[in-house]
Every structure is written in C-alpha cells, then in structure tokens.
Design a protein around this ligand. Sequence first.
Ligand code: DAH
Length: 358
Amino acid sequence: MQDIETLESELLGEIGNATDLDTLEAVRISALGKKGRVSLMMRGLGQMAPEERQVVAPKLNKLKTMVGDAIEQAKAGLNKAVLEARLASERVDITLPPRPELEGRIHPISQVMDEITEIFADMGFTIAEGPDIEDDFHNFTALNIPPEHPARQMHDTFYLPQKEDGSRQLLRTHTSSVQVHTMQNVEPPHRIVVPGRTYRSDSDQTHTPMFNQIEGLVIDKTSHMGHLKGVLQEFCRAFFEVDNVEMRFRPSYFPFTEPSAEMDIRCTFAGDHIKIGEGDDWMEILGCGMVNPKVLELCGVDSSVYQGFAWGMGIDRIAMLKYGIPDLRAFFDSDLRWLKHYGFVPLDVPTLGGGLSR
Ligand code: DAH
C-alpha cells in the first residue's frame, strides 16, 4: 500500500495546481470518488490485521478530511476568481453618455421635473428631498393637522403596520412633509423646491395611488403674498412657454397656510388639447399661501421673526397638460411604444438658455 504521507503531499500538490473548476473536480474524483485513491485505501482496511487497522484507520480518516477540506477551499477560491472575471468582463460604465441610436427616452415626468427645477434653480431656489416613508408628525401634526383633524380624512393615507409603541408610519401624502424636515434641520432663511413621489389610496382615470408633486417654500423676514404671486407668475411664463399667462387666485383653505389660495390659469379646452393663456376657461394648478405661524412654531422657527410662503402642485397633471397626454395611467404602464412617442431624447437636457422643450 502506498505510504499515506506521500499520497497526501501528491494530492495536495494536485489540488494546488488545479487552475480551473473542471481540473479540480477531476482531482476530487481521482482521490475521493468511488474508485479514488483514498477510497481504495479505505477499502483495504478490511483486509488488515486489527492492530494494523487501529494505526492506519485514523490516519486515513484524517487524510480524507484534509483532502476534502483542501478541495472545498480551492473551489471557493476558483469560484471567486470566476465571479471576479465575470464582473470585470460584464462591467457597464453608467457614466457614459447614451448612444443616440438607442431607443431609450426620458419619461415625461422626469422631463417636467427637470424643467421645473431648472426654472426655480434659476430663481435661486435649491432642491430639497425627504423620505417617502414618514411619521405622523412630519406628514400631519407639524403641518397643523393634529389627530382627529378632518383634513386627515381627505388624504386617503396608506399606513404601515403598527409598531410596538403603537405608532404607525405612513407613505407621505404630500411633499409638504419636507418643509418640516427643512425647517427643523436648517437655519432660516429657506428657499427650496421639493420634487418627489407622493401616495394616496385613490385610483381612477385622473388619480393614481402614486403620483408626483413639487413643493415650494420660502422663509425669511420679509417675504409676502406679493412675492409669492411674482414667483408663480414667472414660473408659469417659463414653464408653459407663453409670455402672457393670466393667473387667478381664489381664496381657499389649507391647515398649513394662512391665508390660503388656489391658483388657476386662463386656458381654452379644444377637444383633447388645451391652450394656455387665452380663452374663457380657468384651470386650477396649485395650492399656496403664507405659511401658518403655527407651522413655523411646530417646526422650531420663531414666528415673531420669520414668515414666508409655500405652494404645492401636482406634476403629473401639468405634464399631461403641457404635452397633450390624455390618460394619466399610461404614465405608469412602462409601455415602450408610449414612451417612444411621449418621451424625450436623453441628451436634450432642458435649460432656460437652450429652451425647456423643443
Ligand atoms: N399639500 C397640499 C396637497 O397635497 C398642496 C399644498 C397646498 C402645498 C398649499 C402647500 C400649500 O405648500 O401652501 O394638496
């Protein structure tokens, strides 16, 4: 019988030399397979005298374990090398510009978000973002909507399962929650816009459970309703790309603003299409007002020193209006033919200098 030490060093040598998984498997079969060299030696134990077997058997068992372990270890190393080679060969540089011959398009929502943020950035606003999953305080209480306030019913809120302490998180029902984060965490003055996803349990031709809003907030010592009107006027002019957009402010109510208003713009509806800036119809596009001093206080801002205004608007609907898209639900269908028709070429980034939409 071959000497165990020699066999051990031969096998470990073969394992060490195996540079791919197939070779390693062949070594495993030749050592530990049914007719493998270690297995045959184990079988030989039966013919040995008991005294001899007592000495050899533990050595063989040790050899078997050691060879098995060495193969497993080598296998893990080779698998890792295979994975690394694959990752290297399949690497995609996502920072490369898109190739124009490909059919990928920018979704109209993304386009409109880019357009809106471009307009407000030009007016000196910065972009703020917050979490989609909120607590009750940020989505409601801090915005002057305490528990039992009727405005809560109107929000058709999606709640997460109750936590051990009895509280329940929720999917934010409006981007106004980000006003709260900003006022709590950043020293005033504030001049932010907040684009983002919002959620309400509502679904029909003009409502989807997930939709997009953009919120604006200005807080300083002197800003007033006149500034709010000026900012929104400039926004409408730039966004709808018409020089004269007639706006109308109607008194309204929101718990977080006082006074509150809704803003309409003059338009005409002609079939599917809508013309902005002329005609006898009015279309509501946003809610706004002076930030309620109670909200300032709840967010830790001294309302005897600071004041300001806010507004909130649905992005999906104004995207439909601007680009003549008839059905809201198609926004979320991921239908490539639809996207090819209504989408935007990736390199046509909207800028005020170059034109928002061409
Ligand atoms: N959060 C309101 C909504 O989702 C929209 C809104 C109205 C936001 C007035 C505001 C505002 O900041 O001042 O219906």
